[in-house]
Design a protein around this ligand. Structure first.
Ligand code: NAD
Length: 300
């Protein structure tokens, strides 16, 4: 480890976590890593990380612990549960949860660990697997500003647009806003593609024309071609976006905010997951829109 660098622990080595660890290694850190399934731990150990056998062990050996796990119950179990981060934590440890979870759970965990002198930042990300690999993630952080400044060099190893958003939980709130837009844009792109295609226009033409005008957006750029080919390799799994829709709607209910179209798109994600497609990329929402009109743009 380079002099002056913090001891980093990293728990959750999936689609996002694995490339984020690789970027920490590139930046000179020697992350201590743990994941529920072992293969990713062994893979990263061969690339310069140190393997750990539990979340507790990660915390015992680290000054900063990063979590990148699927959902609120996973973060709760890994931090507060048996053999978890809190059991191994010393005073002064900084927990950075980069998963997308409920802001309510974030605040609950932060309050619990603070009793042991452990600080927490919520720092969810956007930019997808491509951003994680390239080290260009957008990172939106909530928590104490001194903790944010302490974490900044670590964030800079993984991301490009890095913003302190407010007190703990604020990062998750901004992420929820982000996921509203992404979900509704995927849905809008799907509707446009099915409309144009069933009415007789080549989907490639629709994509090209829309990409040149006011309708241009990142979903069209990054997922338009794969949606046309029905290539739904994740990416961001549909079941995780359904989880994010629940976070969005719970947060909206808590604050008395009406989100009529998000509620509708939540039902579409529920249908997608219930029909066995939860592990496809979230752009597979197209299949729901295709199903409603009995038309596949892939076979047009
Ligand atoms: P993933 O399912 O690929 O990875 C999650 C990892 O956590 C898996 O390797 C799993 O084995 C591990 N894990 C689960 N429970 C565990 C436990 N109790 N102890 C140790 N390890 C455990 O998910 P992902 O796509 O990497 O997403 C992680 C988080 O990042 C999610 O909250 C997601 O919403 C968010 N996110 C994902 C993307 C994306 O494009 N994939 C983009 C932005 C944000």
């Amino acid at each position: 480890m380079e002099r002056g660098k913090e001891n980093i622990g990293f728990i959750g080595l999936g689609i996002m976590g694995k490339p984020m660890v690789r970027n920490l290694i590139t930046a000179g850190y020697v992350p201590r890593v743990y994941n529920r399934s072992r293969a990713a731990v062994i893979e990263l150990e061969a690339e310069g990380a140190t393997a750990a056998n539990s979340s507790k062990e990660v915390a015992e050996q680290s000054n900063i612990v990063i979590t990148m796990l699927p959902d609120s119950p996973d973060v709760e179990a890994v931090v507060l549960g048996k053999n978890g981060v809190l059991e191994g934590a010393k005073k002064g440890l900084l927990l950075i949860d980069m998963s997308t979870i409920s802001p309510v759970m974030t605040r609950k965990i932060a309050a619990e660990i603070e009793k042991a002198g452990v600080q927490m930042l919520d720092a969810p990300v956007s930019g997808g697997d491509k951003g994680a690999i390239a080290g260009t993630l957008s990172i939106m952080a909530g928590g104490d500003v001194n903790d944010f400044n302490r974490a900044l060099p670590v964030f800079e190893a993984m991301g490009k647009t890095i913003r302190h958003c407010g007190p703990v939980g604020s990062g998750q709130i901004v992420k929820a806003c982000n996921q509203v837009v992404v979900a509704l844009v995927i849905e809008a792109v799907s509707e446009a593609m099915v409309l144009g295609s069933k009415a007789g226009v080549d989907p490639d033409v629709i994509l090209e024309v829309l990409s040149g005008g006011l309708a241009q957006n990142r979903v069209l750029d990054l997922r338009g071609p794969t949606m046309i080919n029905h290539d739904f390799t994740p990416g961001f799994k549909a079941r995780l976006h359904r989880k994010d829709m629940s976070i969005i709607l719970e947060t909206a209910r808590e604050f008395g905010v009406a989100l009529p179209v998000s509620a509708l798109v939540d039902q579409m994600f529920t249908h997608l997951v219930a029909s066995g497609n939860g592990d496809l990329d979230h752009s597979a929402l197209l299949l729901v829109i295709e199903g409603l009109s009995n038309h596949s743009i892939n076979e047009a």
